[in-house]
Every structure is written in C-alpha cells, then in structure tokens.
Design a protein around this ligand. Structure first.
Ligand SMILES: [Zn+2]
Length: 210
C-alpha cells in the first residue's frame, strides 16, 4: 500500500481472528488505523486459539457482538455477526450501496475449514449463511479466499457444506473411525493429509456429528 493511501485509511474491519486476516493489525495500529472486530475474535487472539499463528497478533481495540457500522464519505459499511461457522466470531461485512458482502472465511476456497478450537461449527455454519442471505440485499460476494462471485455462488458453497456434513454424519453413524473418515475426506474432498482441514476439522467432526 502506498504512503498516502495509508494516511487516508482510518478503519479496518477484521472478519475474524486468524493470522492471515488479523496478522496486519499491529502495523495498522502503529499508523493509527483503528481495527474493528467481533468480541470473540478479540478474545480468540488474546487466548491464542490458533495453534499455528505467530505470537505477535494484536487484537482489535473496538469490538461488537451483533452489529456495528462505519459511516464515511456518505456510505455505510456494516459488520454483522450472524452466528458460528468457520469460527465463533466471523463477521460478514455488508456494503449496502454496492449490494455487496464480504464473507470472511465463511466462504473460502472450495471446501470449508471448521476451526473447532476457535469455536467453529459445521452444524451452525449453514444456518449462519442462511440468516445472512435472508437479511441482506446483495448481488456480489467477496469470499475470504478465492474469486469474487455472486449469490448463486454462495448458495452452491452453502449447499456443498450441507452435503459434506451429511456425508460425514453418515460415516460416523456407520461406526467409521477418525482415520477412516480422514481418508474419505482426502479421496472425495481433496483434504490433503497434513492440511489444516484434516488437523482442525476432522477431530471436531467426531464430537459434533456423532
Ligand atoms: Zn480463517
């Protein structure tokens, strides 16, 4: 970012606590740019809930639990917590004038990462997206990782989470063990053996989906 762009920057709304989204907080705060996040994102940073995060991630100084807005240049930017999913503190950012949302990692890549240590839930995830799609008027969707898409793209992503959840629930009910489920996730969903999805999400499935 250029120097004059930094000087115009006043606020950063952080979608969640993971270091690839909050790791720049320290540099922003050093330049008097205020960070805003959910209260749970702040708590998760302070409690070091991300096992592979660097030690110096700095939390937001302004937090909210349900909803907050920033009004600048005649436009509103609204941040809302609709419930658990990727973590227990994912904010969806809404730009009403542009009919656009930023989902954070509630949409990211092709397959969900459930951070159970950070309060995530694959049961709540689809309810959270349903609530957002019901209450916000938008066409454009900016995911946490991946290409900009639209409401249909987000709906497909949501439905794939439901399918994945049903598949894993079925396997658990058949009596499959964690290592067997891990193999199915690699074969059918491309979850590589040492991926965060295998490390963070599969053990959590055994408890949440039993
Ligand atoms: Zn994340």
């Amino acid at each position: 970012m250029k120097r004059d762009e930094f000087e115009r920057l006043k606020y950063v709304i952080s979608t969640h606590y993971h270091a690839d989204h909050s790791g720049g907080n320290e540099k922003m705060l050093a330049r008097s740019v205020e960070i805003i996040s959910t209260a749970n994102s702040r708590k998760n940073i302070l409690e070091h809930k991300q096992s592979n995060a660097p030690p110096n991630v700095v939390p937001a100084r302004i937090t909210f639990t349900e909803e907050t807005s920033v009004f600048i240049g005649g436009k509103e930017v609204r941040a809302r917590y609709f419930g658990r999913g990727h973590t227990n503190g994912d904010a969806i950012i809404y730009f009403p004038a542009d009919r656009t949302i930023h989902t954070g990692d509630l949409m990211a890549g092709t397959s969900p990462l459930i951070d159970y240590n950070g309060g995530g839930s694959i049961i709540e995830w689809t309810k959270t997206l349903d609530a957002a799609m019901e209450r916000l008027n938008f066409d454009t969707v900016i995911p946490g990782h991946g290409n900009v898409t639209n409401k249909a793209g987000l709906t497909t992503y949501r439905n794939n989470i439901e399918k994945l959840r049903n598949r894993v629930t079925g396997l658990i009910h058949e009596g499959k063990k964690e290592d067997e489920i891990a193999k199915v996730m690699t074969a059918e969903y491309g979850w590589q053996p040492n991926s965060l999805q295998q490390q963070w999400s599969v053990p959590g499935f055994m408890t949440e989906l039993k």
